[in-house]
Ligand binder design. Sequence first.
Ligand code: PEP
Ligand code: MG
Length: 565
Amino acid sequence: MAGVGGVAEAAGAAGAEEVVGVAGAAERVGSLGEVAAAVPGKSVGGTPAAPGVGVGPKRELRRAAVVVPVEESRGAAVETARMQDALAAARREIGRQRGEIFRAHLALLDDDAILAEVWGRIAGGATAPEAWVAATGRVAGEFAALADPYLRERGADVRAVADQVARVLLGLPRGAVSGDGVVFAEELTPAEAAGLDAGRVAGVVQRAGSPTSHATIVLRGRGIPAVVGWPGPDVAEGTPVALDGSTGEVVVDPPPGVLRRFEERAAAARAEQRASVARAGAAAVTRGGVPVAVGANVGSVGDARVAAANGADLAGLVRTEFLFLGRDSAPDVDEQVSVYLSIAEALGGRRITLRTLDVGGDKPLPYVPMAAEANPFLGVRGIRHSLAHRELFAAQLRAIVEVARRTPVSVMFPMVTSVDELVAARRVLDEAGGVVPGLRVGIMIEVPAAALTAARFTPYVDFVSVGTNDLTQYTLAAERGNPALAGLAGARDPAVLRLIGAVCREIGTGVTVAVCGELAADGTAVPELLGLGVRELSVAPPRVPAVKDAVRRCPDPLPAPTAPV
Ligand code: PEP
Ligand code: MG
């Protein structure tokens, strides 16, 4: 069962009587049947979603209901313009968020099927809000009725975007909470997750949602503890709540002993975080004296500022697609140069690793027409997309070369499978003026074929960075966004570790092996990764201090790599 461990450990340390069913004391509720009989003080398990411990009064997220007023259409031309303005405003709002999370939402704003229905309804005499709410409601309903849990999950994306645009149309505020505490919601939208004040929110409990939803990814990136799929009872506003996002436990109205221990754990975690941040500026070196660069994965100038405040040694991954998505045309070279330089500046001039455009497949660019694909994750993605759209690629490389003349830069090609692709990409780089002192060139290793033949890439690269998010999905044949496969795709799988070991063995000396997928942020995986030969890690900005500490705790000698089978 999810949601065991934390309270028992905490309570067990000081007095087992508080977890064994004494009236009014904390005890566990495991099944849904038991939940129905939940009483204050019981620990009700949800699904762990974002780590951390939080304590505070319950605060329900309140949203003014979207009620479409009954009114006459002001004519198709006016209603069409109203709709277009609202879509543009929502596009700007979403575009300001973290690009890689919100790209699915941006794509929905351009969804042909939804928009065709909206324009049809407006032409038939509906107002813009009537047309939008009816069309998106129908599509969301279709998703909700599907058997496939992944597709049902995408229905949440439709609902979130539908809500966001409807609020713009009707001038309604986004969902909000009053006061500090633990936020309860049926399900947060990503925009709501991004809008929460991390200094005031002790944690989030969602009655629905999933550990792989976009809102959850945002909460994790912002360091807010969260539990999803919480089956507990109604909770009165202001009731004290304790939660542990690592175990899924939520204790409503905990008895004083349990509350105190949660508060102690939360305070200890905060103190630990403060201490980690205080020493994060120093280099991370293992007990045996092995230096390890710990960088940040950034998607915007704001992320880069957070990374600098958390002591990142570099940006180990800049997801440049954030600049290309959610607009009608590609940014020109000057705009790219200006944004990349701003990221470098926000990082105090530390090295930035600019990953070339990683779009295609599941992340289409509205202004680059692409054939429909049956299996987008196995389609024209990453470097394949760039090589198929040379002008776009060449312009990006010209911008990267220009930036490299002014600040330390690495360029990194995503989704490389064959040496031929790398050679072709390097040729475009050369044509863009790529011989600049200090410009390092590397590839992401995300495809098992590239991992197993890493030696063949060595002559052409200064570094490789293992993208464990994609490498895991391709190794386990388990799509990374599918909540039904979270147990597979989220695992620290021995096959993936073997592949990382193969990369380290194959690549030889002189070429740095980095890891920039989510696995790098798992402190318990760090000793094993370093034992395999990884020497650079890049993680979400708030995780940098904890990962540096994990490096410092690594034993001497480092764990020996497991022998290949
Ligand atoms: C990865 O695949 O591990 C990675 C870091 O790239 P992204 O998550 O952007 O696909
Ligand atoms: Mg990837």
